[in-house]
Ligand binder design. Structure first.
Ligand SMILES: Nc1ncnc2c1ncn2[C@@H]1O[C@H](COP(=O)(O)OP(=O)(O)OP(=O)(O)O)[C@@H](O)[C@H]1O
Ligand SMILES: CC(C)(CO)[C@@H](O)C(=O)[O-]
Ligand code: BAL
Length: 281
């Protein structure tokens, strides 16, 4: 496995590749969710590159950029044993040579401004910009992202379409603990008790799915879900039921809905979602 620590070495390596290339962008601290993305990438291309970069542009001023878990040595070992071909670990100065303030930005309007985009202003501009740059740096044929970050995946699909980027985007289903809790690097911030409380997120999503398949009343179900999360000791950022295709408010005509939750336990903000087929349409 090649360790590519800067853009120059990445470009040299990339120029030598003659087979299809898949990219799995990550911020490191890898868990089985990330490894599932790698395995999916291996099914779609001959060569797999994983990028590990904690992107300062997508963190708000009061967020966890400094504390974000960095476990490069273990990450590299895990990727090596999966047979990954290359790991790209650029420095901030390599990615943003002119500094963040004057960096050219990529913005996906509307879908980038709602839900997590409303709670984390500027977040999706940071995500779209770094993903666009990673595509230009790595020049992959295919890139794999997790459905756990459902809104992020939609935004990346739209950016790729709008900018005519020659990359096929693949979404991988969310990997969960046996408790239902979605795997996330930020779960490492949770105490034992908080980890138990956090299981309310998935059980609430399942409850939403059950209610909607019986009798779709979006407002009533959202209120019920907010109460469930509150009772478990979580502070809800949002609970939303949306059209799974465009993330607009759900209607009874939609083919598929997605229920999305963002909630805090102490300082830790967790997100999760569940898609629900509309059996009433
Ligand atoms: N449980 C999961 N199942 C499938 N994919 C996942 C899971 N968690 C993260 N991913 C995907 O892995 C990629 C890299 O995500 P990232 O490195 O931010 O990990 P994370 O665990 O989501 O961390 P965070 O705590 O920042 O949310 C993204 O495409 C993300 O959607
Ligand atoms: C896609 C990504 C690697 C861009 O920094 C990040 O947002 C993430 O880890 O989901
Ligand atoms: N997985 C999403 C990256 C972030 O929260 O910044």
């Amino acid at each position: 496995m090649r360790l590519l620590k800067n853009l120059t070495s990445l470009r040299q390596w990339r120029n030598q590749q003659t087979h299809s290339v898949a990219l799995v962008p990550t911020m490191g601290n890898l868990h089985d969710g990330h490894l599932a993305l790698v395995k999916r990438a291996q099914q779609h291309a001959d060569i797999v590159v994983v990028s590990i970069f904690v992107n300062p542009m997508q963190f708000g001023a009061n967020e966890d950029l400094d504390n974000y878990p960095r476990t490069l040595e273990q990450d590299v070992q895990a990727l090596e044993s999966l047979g990954v071909n290359a790991v790209f670990t650029p420095q901030v100065s390599d990615v943003y040579p002119r500094g963040l303030d004057v960096q050219t930005r990529v913005e996906v309007p509307e879908v980038g401004d709602i839900l997590c985009g409303a709670s984390r202003p500027g977040h999706f501009v940071g995500v779209a910009t770094i993903v666009c740059k990673l595509f230009n740096m790595v020049q992959p044929d295919v890139a794999v992202f997790g459905e756990k970050d459902f809104q992020q995946l939609q935004i990346i699909r739209l950016m790729t379409l709008d900018l005519s980027l020659p990359v096929t985007i693949i979404g991988e289903p969310t990997k969960r603990e046996s408790s239902g809790l979605a795997l996330s690097s930020r779960n490492g911030y949770l105490s034992g008790q908080q980890r138990q409380q956090a299981t309310a997120i998935y059980s609430t999503l399942q409850g939403i799915s059950k209610q909607l398949s019986e009798k779709p009343n979006f407002n009533q179900t959202v209120k019920w879900a907010e109460q469930q999360l509150h009772d478990a000791g979580l502070v809800t950022d949002y609970v939303a039921i949306r059209n799974a295709e465009d993330l607009q408010p759900a209607t009874i005509q939609d083919k598929q809905w997605v229920a999305l939750v963002a909630a805090k336990l102490g300082n830790t903000r967790l997100i999760d979602n569940l898609t629900i087929v509309n059996n009433h349409a």
